[in-house]
Design a protein around this ligand. Structure first.
Ligand code: COA
Length: 325
């Protein structure tokens, strides 16, 4: 049986120039480098410059992904941009990226699933490709969380950073087996009852302000480890695979302790987990493509390997995307 698979043709990433260390943060709030590193594994984060917007970060990552794929903007039919920090309430930040790329074809829109946004966006783009409606899609995760942080709240402001990552997906024929290159499956979940554990206390239809991120960190932590282990098992079972078959897990980079806890629950050796949270903190929808790009660029992820991406975020939302690179 012949099927259409969304094959990863290229990837790219962008981090703003300005680096903020834990020691710098300790001058703003009552915290320390030791506390942050021990509880989260984070050493530093990147902060967008004054006037540098989510679309700027997204554009840079998208241009790098196109370059890596050896393609031009007009080779792309669709842009799906995952973000919880759009430039403006509307239009979609994806259309700004489309304009900056001078892309005249296709269509562009945003997806909002907070830290799971990139996995959701991959799933959306994959379905457009599998249905035959588009041939190639640019999938971007980009965030400027520094703009929605309460810089007086030490329980949240130490955890997040700004960044962007992107991939180019291309429809190619496969045999319908797990040996095919490309996305093998995506699984998405949400449970809106957990709104109050992780949310932003503002928005155009409620307070007419942008608001700030609010979180009950330890409750989120407990849900994250359970949900992420479940969604990894779900993806493996759906494809008749076991944890041993996985070459790499590329998790949402929220906190090293969540990544370690999830790997332990699955009996997965930590050497097969890509961890980049130490140098860019939690960049929400950007974190999976940032980690993916780093591992591809440094030669860890190579063609033909089995890669499982997973994420969880506000909503709650969570999900996985299993791919043969
Ligand atoms: N520096 C120093 N102390 C801090 C601190 C900081 N930045 N933030 C919190 N504390 C203090 C708390 O006030 C508390 O003090 P108390 O015992 O005197 O009340 C103590 O540290 C422990 O707080 P707690 O929240 O129980 O710590 P924790 O071990 O759960 O770690 C997180 C806090 C936020 C690091 C952890 O819960 C976490 O990572 N949660 C998941 C968050 C996340 O990744 N969310 C995004 C998912 S997409």
């Amino acid at each position: 049986m012949t099927v259409i698979r969304s094959v990863f043709r290229g990837c790219g990433a962008y981090l703003p120039e300005r680096v903020m260390t834990n020691d710098e943060l300790a001058k703003i709030v009552d915290t320390s480098d030791d506390w942050i590193q021990e509880r989260t594994g984070i050493k530093q984060r990147h902060i967008a410059a004054e006037g540098e917007m989510t679309s700027d970060l997204a554009f840079n990552a998208a241009a790098a992904a196109l370059d890596n794929a050896g393609l031009e903007p007009d080779d792309i039919d669709l842009i799906v941009l995952a973000t919880a920090t759009p430039d403006e309430t509307f239009p979609a930040t994806a259309t700004r990226v489309q304009a900056r790329l001078e892309m005249r074809n296709g269509f562009a829109f945003d997806v909002q699933a907070v830290c799971s946004g990139f996995v959701y966006a991959l799933s959306v783009a994959d379905n457009f490709i599998k249905s035959g409606q588009v041939g190639r899609a640019l999938v971007i995760g980009a965030e400027t969380f520094s703009r929605i942080l309460d810089w007086n709240d030490r329980t949240t402001c130490v955890l997040f950073g700004d960044g962007a990552g992107a991939v180019v997906l291309e429809g190619q024929e496969g045999k319908g087996t797990s040996d095919d290159r490309g996305l093998l499956s995506t699984h998405l979940h949400s449970d809106g009852r957990h709104h109050d554990l992780l949310y932003v206390d503002g928005g155009p239809s409620s307070t007419r302000t942008t608001g700030y991120l609010r979180m009950e960190g330890n409750k989120v932590f407990r849900h994250a480890v359970v949900n992420l282990a479940d969604v990894v098992r779900e993806a493996l079972e759906a494809n008749g695979l076991t944890p041993d078959d996985l070459d790499w897990i590329v998790p949402h980079q929220a906190n090293k302790r969540i990544l370690d806890g999830t790997a332990r629950k699955l009996n997965l050796p930590s050497e097969r987990v890509i961890i980049t949270v130490d140098h860019h903190a939690n960049t929400s929808a950007a974190s999976v493509p940032l980690a993916l790009t780093e591992a591809v660029d440094d030669g860890r992820i190579t063609r033909g390997q089995l890669v499982l991406m997973e994420a969880m975020g506000g909503g709650f939302t969570w999900g996985s995307a299993l791919a043969r690179w």
